[in-house]
Design a protein around this ligand. Structure first.
Ligand code: C2E
Ligand code: CA
Ligand code: CA
Length: 276
């Protein structure tokens, strides 16, 4: 038994070691990837729950790794954070989105708005507002998705002031992953976001669990009474879509409609009107 324990220990340290080596390699490669522009922006459509019309997209970053193929954010965002480059990544994504918006306009494809994810690092960046002012952002066509925890952070007043400046530039604010963190109605009242996104952890179980169903309904009702739009994420089936629509949810996003797609594939689908 003693031997087995020891083997297990060696197995564990070996795994840990190779994990550390992979992380270190990924970290080196990530910096090269920024220089060599290996990051791409994919788009996942959102639809009006009533009309089923395309209302916008969420921009989601992907790493086109030279050997490992397309990598989702889970594989590299943590490392990017350690390297202090998440704000850089967010800026790369935003610039790509602005270029893609021009391409859609030129091609006659109507994508009403694009939501981009903004890390708390970037939101606290002192140069953020100045950087945003240098970009060609059409008012009402870009929104920033911020996770709730940002609003509960230390420098709350600083964050609120920055949010007001962002709104003044015509950028809408959305609260991401609503319902999972320390959800605070007070932060909703204070920040007056344009939309809130109900987290997929709450949305996915609504057909089986009365508890989540009740919670999602309550969130939609509160948002409505405050004049805040709701977006459900992780809408995986049309049955989910129907239940959410009946509860008054405004916008729907999820695999029931489409996975995130590269620019070309998304544009083709958008041109065809996303008819299934
Ligand atoms: P998120 O903001 O919650 O984005 C939604 C995630 O849910 C996406 O994962 C999307 O592919 C996935 N998803 C969409 N519909 C469904 C569905 O019906 N079922 C299920 N199971 N999943 C669905 P993705 O693209 O892997 O992104 C993961 C996270 O990485 C995002 O979560 C966001 O927090 C972060 N992220 C993505 N792009 C960026 C970025 O440009 N900047 C920053 N700072 N973070 C980003
Ligand atoms: Ca998001
Ligand atoms: Ca989410």
């Amino acid at each position: 038994a003693k031997n087995l324990g020891r083997n297990r220990y060696e197995f564990f340290t070996q795994n840990l070691q190779s994990e550390i080596i992979t992380q270190k390699r990924t970290a080196d490669e990530l910096l090269t990837a920024i220089e060599e522009q290996q990051f791409v922006t994919w788009y996942q459509p959102q639809f009006c729950a009533n009309s089923m019309k395309l209302t916008g997209v969420e921009a989601l970053v992907r790493w086109r790794h030279p050997h490992r193929g397309i990598l989702a954010p889970d594989a590299f965002l943590g490392i990017a954070e350690d390297l202090n480059v998440t704000a850089t990544l967010d800026q790369i994504v935003l610039e790509t989105v602005l270029k893609d918006q021009m391409r859609w306009a030129a091609a006659g494809i109507d994508v009403p708005k694009v939501s981009v994810n903004v890390s708390s690092k970037r939101l606290k960046d002192e140069g953020l507002i100045e950087t945003l002012k240098t970009l060609q952002i059409t008012p009402g066509r870009i929104s920033f998705e911020l996770i709730e925890s940002i609003f509960l952070d230390e420098s709350e007043d600083g964050v609120t002031a920055n949010l007001d400046r962002i709104k003044a530039l015509g950028i809408d604010i959305e609260i991401d992953d609503f319902g999972t963190g320390h959800t605070s109605i007070v932060s909703l009242l204070k920040l007056r976001p344009k939309r809130l996104k109900i987290d997929r952890q709450l949305v996915m179980p609504i057909l089986e669990s009365r508890q989540e169903l009740t919670l999602v309904r309550a969130i939609i009702d509160i948002a409505k009474s405050l004049g805040v739009e709701t977006v459900a994420e992780g809408v995986e089936t049309m049955q989910h879509a129907k239940v959410l629509r009946d509860m008054g949810c405004d916008l729907l996003q999820g695999y029931a409609f489409s996975r995130p797609l590269p620019y070309e594939n998304f544009s083709t689908m958008a041109m065809a009107g996303f008819r299934q």
